[in-house]
Design a protein around this ligand. Structure first.
Ligand SMILES: Nc1ncnc2c1ncn2[C@@H]1O[C@H](COP(=O)(O)OP(=O)(O)OP(=O)(O)O)[C@@H](O)[C@H]1O
Length: 298
């Protein structure tokens, strides 16, 4: 019998996904699949469960959770060469990857879409020994998702990120990065940088340029150290997706980017990948073109 593996993080988003388990089972049953369910207890549980299962007869691994849960699953799938398509149910606070795949945000519609099993190969980012699906970033704001109180996140959702962001403003510090791409070396002071695989991060859905899911390129967006007034104007432009031309933005696309932190390392020792803590500097970032099979709505 064909089956799909459903892994759900019961702590993601506003904790409502478990009420949809029967709907999930019945939608997949109608198209001929049994469901095997694993309720993940922790990050480690997600990784160790995926590492030790036999997926030979499995038609899809479906993760219900936010970008953090999906990131954990992608890391295991890539590291253990699990050749099974990944499906995502946007049950988290920020669901950037699900948006990138154009999956509906309502659970019922999303499950119906996943059951059509429209599989495509998409790009995955790799930084040092970790994989990311949406974003690898560094500098100011980058640890917001990692450090945010779970209750605040679950009650306020994305608004919680913005509130935390505003709280960080008095800590504005410039950081000197040396950034090497295939054409040039940039050495400058920044507040933060983002390397995007898709277009969105942290719920901001117009951050990157128009990008294809399998074009083998990442967008680098760096916000240069500037005055607080200029930062305010820039954030206004980011909200409407008109920031890439701003003089305080460094923007380029490439498939390999190296980033060294020259000054300011004490405060920002680690990077952030998909809202989880990322590797320490220097960062060697590359695109693994079409390396991941996903169920999408494209
Ligand atoms: N795989 C997991 N299974 C169960 N709990 C987890 C898992 N991963 C993280 N947690 C816990 O769940 C909470 C939310 O984790 P995380 O931020 O990684 O989830 P998420 O899927 O990105 O969802 P959200 O977008 O709501 O944050 C945290 O308290 C974390 O400790």
């Amino acid at each position: 019998m064909k089956y799909v593996e459903l892994l759900y993080n019961p702590m993601s988003g506003n904790l409502d996904f478990p009420a949809y388990l029967d709907l999930f089972i019945s939608i997949f049953q109608d198209v001929g699949y049994e469901t095997r369910i694993h309720r993940t207890k922790s990050k480690e549980d997600m990784s160790s469960y995926l590492a030790c299962q036999d997926f030979r007869n499995c038609s899809a691994i479906i993760v219900a959770g936010g970008d953090g849960s999906v990131n954990q699953a992608v890391n295991s799938i890539m590291k253990h060469h699990i050749d099974v398509p990944l499906g995502v149910i946007p049950a988290g606070t920020a669901n950037d990857f699900a948006s990138h795949l154009k999956l509906p945000l309502r659970y019922g519609e999303c499950i119906e879409t996943l059951a059509k099993m429209n599989v495509r190969n998409v790009d995955v980012g790799k930084v040092n020994d970790k994989y990311f699906i949406n974003v690898c970033c560094g500098g100011l704001f980058t640890n917001i998702s990692q450090n945010m109180d779970l209750e605040l996140k679950n009650t306020l959702g994305k608004l919680g990120y913005y509130i935390k962001g505003v709280q960080q403003l008095p800590r504005f510090r410039k950081i000197r990065y040396r950034i090497t791409n295939s054409k040039q070396v940039l050495d400058d002071y920044f507040y933060l940088f983002l390397v995007l695989n898709g277009r969105s991060a942290g719920g901001f859905n117009k951050l990157g340029a128009d990008a294809e899911i399998d074009d083998g390129k990442m967008d680098f967006i760096g916000i240069k150290a500037c005055t607080i007034n200029e930062v305010a104007i820039l954030f206004g432009k980011i909200l409407i997706g008109e920031h890439l031309q701003d003089r305080n933005i460094v923007f380029f696309q490439d498939n390999k980017i190296d980033i060294e932190c020259i000054k300011g390392l004490n405060m920002f020792r680690e990077s952030d990948i998909d809202g989880e803590s990322g590797p320490e500097y220097p960062l060697h970032i590359e695109v693994k073109k079409k390396a991941l099979k996903v169920i999408c709505n494209l």
